[in-house]
Ligand binder design. Structure first.
Ligand code: PRP
Ligand code: ADE
Length: 172
């Protein structure tokens, strides 16, 4: 499937999870075999060839990082929401378009000096990815870039990540 057609499978849902938020729901895209493949291939092409490891952000980022990791022969660091990890190497709090959140890095996953690319579905305010960059850099990893399916340009995520390589398959 053509990438543009795959991206058209993303549904816009008004007023979720709260009034005023236009939620970009990737569920129909993930459920479509050809669409999921097109987006996986599109994201895989954005990842620097020199990367050692991918980082996927819970929960939707897990699917994308796993698929791209398989396509590119790379492992995945699971960047998790609080309370899930038995051994926490680091923790960073941040604000989201609709609330506050925390991300955690598991122990024994990142080796100092490793080059890591971050994968997620949506870049909105950039809070999640900025927190993930800090988490990885606190662990002495080198963040090579960020790849997302959709960037919500009006929410300014790219400016929060100034100086970083940010690749989006679609900017809305
Ligand atoms: O750029 P930001 O403003 O930080 O927003 C983007 C983040 O928000 C969504 O995750 P959410 O926290 O809703 O979690 P989920 O994937 O578990 O649904 C999305 O999957 C990104 O991770
Ligand atoms: N509008 C939105 N749609 C989907 N995921 C999001 N994460 C933050 N804002 C979002």
């Amino acid at each position: 499937m053509e990438l543009a057609k795959a991206l058209d499978l993303i549904a816009d849902v008004p007023d979720f999870p709260e009034p005023g938020v236009l939620f970009r729901d990737l569920s129909p895209l993930f459920a479509d075999a050809a669409g999921f493949k097109a987006v996986t291939d599109g994201l895989a092409a954005t990842v620097d060839p020199e990367v050692d490891l991918l980082a996927g952000v819970e929960a939707r980022g897990f699917l994308l990082a796993a698929a791209v990791g398989y396509a590119r022969g790379l492992g995945v660091a699971l960047i998790r929401k609080p309370g899930k990890l038995p051994r926490v190497a680091g923790r960073v709090g941040y604000t989201l378009e609709y609330g506050t959140a925390t991300v955690e890095l598991p122990e024994g996953v990142v080796v100092p000096g490793q080059r890591v690319a971050i994968l997620d579905d949506v870049l909105a305010t950039g809070g999640t990815v900025a927190a993930t960059c800090k988490l990885l850099e606190d662990a002495k990893a080198q963040v090579t870039g960020v790849s997302v399916v959709m960037e919500l340009g009006a929410l300014g995520g790219r400016s929060v990540l100034e100086g970083r390589r940010v690749e989006a398959l679609r900017v809305c």
